[in-house]
Design a protein around this ligand. Structure first.
Ligand code: F6R
Length: 602
């Protein structure tokens, strides 16, 4: 959940390069940040014994990296630096807990993503040997372990042995001021190496690297890489050399930068028509292949976390209605407790933007032991989920950097919609519908429509509780709408199946309670309008979303009728509403408090 960026090469402004890399990765963690730079231009692969001159200089700060600048010290010439943006797990959000962490001699600097589960035992052992700790983090044991190992071994072996002593799922990058190499190792969180002719970068994801190169090496779990003049890849724990395989990535720099937009969330909302059109035009073959895998399996499970879980739930409605086929769905974090029946004929279709979500990776690791088949519907090439699956379908949404998922969510819906049609050999119908959805997305994102949304956002930003309701395939939309509003505006919002209101939640409605009602022109229309009327007669304020205006609506957000595909378009006005509520409340919609983009710890 943290962002790591490291640089080693010929340029002499390593700390600046690391700072700008971290700014591109800030969405991964933003409660504090730090950069360590080796302030001396050592020639690559030459050891310098003048220890006193080559300790690390460090900048550490609390808060978002935003427009941060480096101190004069860090601006000095350097060709090696490592940095980190933190999402706190162990130890409060204070400067001393920010990474990088150092050993007693200040010659070893470590950035870390993950949790060292046995850090208390390791710390006790290191304290008994006289090591001094400054922070409350689990991470700080790592530089001290390496310091201890360096008494008898070289740098890379010391890192390897230290990493092998850690329990839990971790990724580390280590720099040693007496060496001209950096070492990275992982068995959990992502690490990607980028290379140009004479330099290397290591980052938590490709978004930080594409500015410099499209040649990347995805470090697999239980691998360690040594970067200096060349790249050396080793397996862990044994340290056997393997051949590094660099991949060419297709994401462009503009995809990972703001361009004309104020926030990534807005940019990503506006990119949705392009994302849907791409799926309508280019995915037939891949989606049909997944359809064939489903037909061969005995028992299909959609799993995902958060918004991805809601996309899975939408998928079950699409499959029931369009393919007349039963599929199961589970929140990925609950699948752990539901998977005892899995066997070699089971199929798990895992949906994820990042492909790193621990709640997905963990149950799938166990499912693989049972030889179940895995299909990944994932946005990030080379991610853990991508690598561990038997069949991979890339969403093609481009980098999604706002914490709140928008374009990746809609891409998942589009793929599942087309997949349900592929099951009955009618994918062309789905593709036509998706092109209509892309057109409707453009209409909804037009300036006039956006003004209307802003007016409603002014009202809703004052609310304390909001309710969202839908029936049938609009029920997952109600859940997703509530998620978007609550996570970026901090207004408590509850998503409900319309039919559940009378079973309890109606007790919460009082004068002025806002309720967003999804009312597409389908078999749910009459019943959901009855629910809206019940809310209205208890004083509720109704924001209707659908193709038909209705007297019960106080506000109406029109979403044209595109048959079953209307479900995909109807989330868009609410994404925009959530965004504007955050802006009105002067919140940063890209970085909601307490959250991080990629959830790699449990
Ligand atoms: C909500 C949101 C999260 C993610 C969830 C899964 O807006 O973004 O709920 O959907 O953390 O993330 P991925 O898709 O990366 O597995």
């Amino acid at each position: 959940m943290c962002g790591i960026f490291a640089y080693i090469g010929k340029k002499d402004d390593a700390a600046e390069i690391v700072l700008s890399g971290l700014k591109l990765l800030e969405y991964r963690g933003y409660d504090s940040w730090g950069v360590a730079s080796k302030i001396q231009n050592l020639k690559l692969n030459v050891l310098d014994n003048n220890k006193s001159k080559i300790k690390f200089q460090i900048d550490k700060h609390i808060g978002k990296i935003g427009d941060a600048k480096l101190s004069a010290e860090l601006k000095r010439s350097s060709n090696l630096a490592i940095g980190h943006t933190r999402w706190a797990t162990h130890g409060g959000v204070v400067e001393k807990n920010a990474h990088p962490h150092l050993d007693c001699t200040r010659t070893i600097a470590v950035v870390h993503n993950g949790i060292v589960e046995n850090y208390i035992d390791l710390k006790k052992m290191l304290l008994s040997k006289g090591h001094q700790f400054i922070s409350e983090t689990d991470t700080e044991v790592i530089p001290h372990l390496i310091e201890e190992n360096l008494k008898t071994k070289g740098f890379a072996s010391s890192v390897r042995d230290a990493f092998n002593q850690l329990k839990g799922m971790n990724a580390i990058v280590v720099a040693y001021s007496l060496s001209s190499e950096i070492v990275a190792a992982k068995n959990g969180s992502p690490l990607v190496v980028g290379k140009t002719k004479d330099e290397f970068m290591v980052a938590s994801d490709t978004a930080g690297i594409i500015k410099y190169t499209n040649q990347v090496l995805f470090i697999k779990d239980n691998e360690m890489v040594i970067l200096g003049k060349d790249v050396t890849l080793l397996t862990l724990p044994d340290g056997k050399k393997i051949k590094p395989q660099f991949n060419k990535i297709t994401w462009k720099v503009e995809d990972a930068t703001l361009g004309k937009y104020k926030h990534y969330m807005l940019k990503e909302i506006y990119e949705q028509s392009k994302v849907i059109r791409n799926i309508a035009q280019n995915y037939t073959q891949q989606i049909e292949s997944v359809g064939k895998i489903i037909k061969k399996s005995k028992g299909t499970f959609f799993i995902g976390a958060g918004s991805a879980a809601y996309a899975c739930l939408s998928g079950t409605y699409f499959f029931s209605k369009i393919a007349h086929l039963h599929v199961n769905m589970s929140s990925a974090s609950e699948f752990n407790y539901l998977e005892d029946f899995l066997n070699s004929r089971s199929l798990i279709i895992a949906l994820s933007q990042s492909g790193e979500t621990i709640d997905i990776v963990e149950p799938l690791t166990r499912a693989k032991i049972k030889k179940s088949k895995i299909v990944a519907i994932v946005n990030v090439l080379g991610s853990t989920l991508y690598r561990m699956s038997d069949y991979k379908l890339l969403l093609g949404a481009g980098p999604e950097k706002a914490v709140a998922s928008t374009k990746a969510y809609i891409a998942k819906l589009a793929v599942l919609y087309a997949l349900s049609y592929a099951m009955v050999d009618e994918i062309e119908k789905a593709n036509q519908d998706l092109l209509e959805v892309a057109k409707e997305a453009e209409r909804i994102l037009d300036a006039k429509y956006a003004k209307q949304i802003q007016r409603i956002a002014q009202q809703l930003a004052k609310a304390v509780h909001i309710y969202t309701i839908g029936r049938g395939a609009s029920y997952p939309t109600a859940l997703e709408a509530a998620m978007k509003i609550k996570e970026v505006s901090y207004v408590h919002t509850e998503g409900l199946a319309g039919g559940e209101l009378k079973h309890g939640p109606l007790a919460l409605i009082s004068k002025g309670s806002p309720c967003i009602v999804f009312a597409p022109d389908d078999e749910t229309y009459d019943a959901i309008i009855s629910n809206a009327t019940e809310i209205k007669s208890r004083g509720g304020v109704i924001i209707g979303v659908g193709p038909l205006n209705n007297d019960v609506f106080d506000y109406w957000l029109e979403v044209k009728n595109i048959g079953e595909a209307s479900i995909i378009a109807q989330i868009i006005p609410i994404q925009l509403l959530a965004y504007h509520m955050a802006i009105i409340k002067k919140l940063d919609p890209d970085k909601p408090r307490n959250l991080a983009k990629s959830v790699t710890v449990k």
